[in-house]
Unconditional design. Sequence first.
Length: 56
Amino acid sequence: MSHVINPDTCVACGACQAECPSGAIKEGDVYSIDPDICVDCGTCADACPTGSISAE
């Protein structure tokens, strides 16, 4: 199971990407998490200032 980013609340600040140990977060208008790379550690969710990341 990986984490997902809610595109409606993501502000693309980059906080999650900077904390991701596996490099699973991809940059864009809103960020996305590659489920094949995500190690489900939850570090990104802890770093997200808008609470936009949750377990899938």
